[in-house]
Write a protein that binds this ligand. Structure first.
Ligand code: NZQ
Ligand code: ZN
Length: 389
């Protein structure tokens, strides 16, 4: 087992009809009782959640900031930062999926940052968020695990970039995870959520064998749970049994637990983010496009874990080599069954320069050795993207 250190201070309030707990928890972190409630494109207005939240928060002055888009945009978020500064709020509440929660994480850091906050995302030397406004979340889409981790991913349309940030300052103080809220999710977002959670698990599992029996079985437990419920929850997200298992699986897939004592890859995510930045493809779909091709490209370095995955998760038989190949096929077929296309040409025909463009981006950022063994170079990235077209 590899050495590790882990902390996760986020309080999870899981279950239905828990909003009566909201004023108490917000009050713990907001002495001025002046807070910003941030949300996305309006689904929470339509579902009535916003009204319920405002009723629950009747004792607070609530500044509303809506319009955070999927793949939250830097320019939009900087408007939120200006509003928060003007109104002098001391707490932010993110209500939505990964995009709103990530957007809020960024805004809490940018609130105190003097200078161009993009420099932090750009990893310019000496540029960092040193202080953040405390924040909590109300999760409406199980997918990213952002409700229980300290990472965020922010996009910038002008330069077609998507960059990650994070650190201990960016754990939510609390997250309300109410599975009944997913009943209003469109099928496409449910499929995306399942795929993202599945891929978070694989990124921390399809590496090389370790003797960390517990973490490997926890990963397999999440994968098996997602496979068991996936198609049923897409058909019936109002089924609380299915919804609660999806929500808890997605939180566990990226709350920091699975990475304890094991190597991690994240190459699929790094390449996938470029496909979102360039084409606007939904995050989860980029992962379904890249992962099968990355596993084929890196087959020799990953085949032992692919075989373990094939046996324990897909119940495959045969030689280890055959099982490992079939496990990749089963994974892609699973995404396809959820209605997710796994080739770039399904989303765009403008593919002539995509492989060289992404390779160049990785070279320019000196991202030269990725994956659990540092074996994925920009040349491999170009091969993977070419195979994914
Ligand atoms: O914006 P509204 O109108 O609210 O609609 C949203 C949005 O259009 C809708 N939606 C959310 N909850 C709903 C609902 N519609 C009806 N009923 C509900 N209960 O769903 C759409 C997609 O929402 P979004 O937040 O964009 O989806 P997701 O949660 O998949 O988040 C994706 C973002 O998270 C980042 C991705 O890169 C992407 O930007 N990620 C964040 C991570 C993290 N912080 O740890 C890790 C991930 O790997 C990922 O990179
Ligand atoms: Zn993801």
């Amino acid at each position: 087992m590899l050495n590790f250190e882990v902390i996760n201070p986020t309080r999870i309030v899981f279950g239905k009809e828990q909003l009566n707990r909201l004023p108490e928890l917000v009050g713990e972190f907001s002495p001025s009782k002046k807070i910003m409630l941030a949300y996305g494109g309006g689904s929470i207005e339509k579902t009535g959640l916003l009204t319920n939240l405002l009723n629950a928060l009747a004792g607070f002055e609530v500044v509303l900031f809506g319009g955070i888009e999927a793949n939250p945009q830097y320019a939009t978020l900087m408007k939120g930062v200006a509003l928060a500064q003007e109104k002098q709020i001391d707490f932010m509440l993110a209500v939505g999926g990964g995009s709103v929660i990530d957007g809020v994480k960024f805004m809490t850091g940018a609130f105190y940052y003097e200078g161009e906050a993009w420099d932090v995302l750009d990893r310019k030397p000496g540029c960092d968020f040193l202080k953040a406004v405390p924040f909590g979340t109300v999760l409406t889409l199980p997918a990213t695990g952002s409700e229980a981790n300290s990472g965020a991913v922010i996009s910038r349309a002008e330069t077609k970039e998507k960059r990650a940030m994070g650190g201990p300052l960016f754990f939510p103080k609390f997250s309300f995870c109410d599975p009944s809220l997913i009943a209003t999710l469109p099928k496409r977002q449910l499929a995306n959520g399942i795929t993202d959670a599945f891929m978070h698990t694989l990124e921390q599992y399809i590496t090389y064998p370790t003797d960390n029996l517990l973490q490997e079985r926890q990963a397999e437990g999440i994968l098996l749970t997602l496979i068991e419920i996936a198609e049923k929850v897409i058909e019936n997200p109002a089924d609380y049994r299915l919804a609660s298992n999806l929500m808890w699986s997605a939180t566990h897939a990226l709350n920091g637990n699975l990475r304890c004592g094991v190597p991690t890859d994240w190459g699929t995510h790094m390449i996938g983010h470029e496909l979102t930045a360039i084409y606007g493809i939904d995050h989860a779909r980029t992962l379904a496009i890249i992962a099968p091709r990355l596993y084929e490209n890196q087959f020799e370095t990953k085949k032992e874990k692919l075989a373990q995955y094939g046996k324990r998760v897909w119940n495959l038989t045969g030689s280890d080599e055959e099982i490992a190949h079939e496990a990749i096929r089963q994974t892609e077929a699973f995404f396809n069954r959820l209605g997710i296309e796994t080739k770039i040409h399904n989303y765009s025909t403008d593919t002539d320069s995509i492989a060289t463009e992404i390779k160049k981006r990785f070279e320019d950022r000196s991202w030269l050795t990725m994956g659990e063994r540092g074996a994925i170079t920009p040349t491999h990235v170009a091969q993977i993207v070419t195979a994914a077209i």
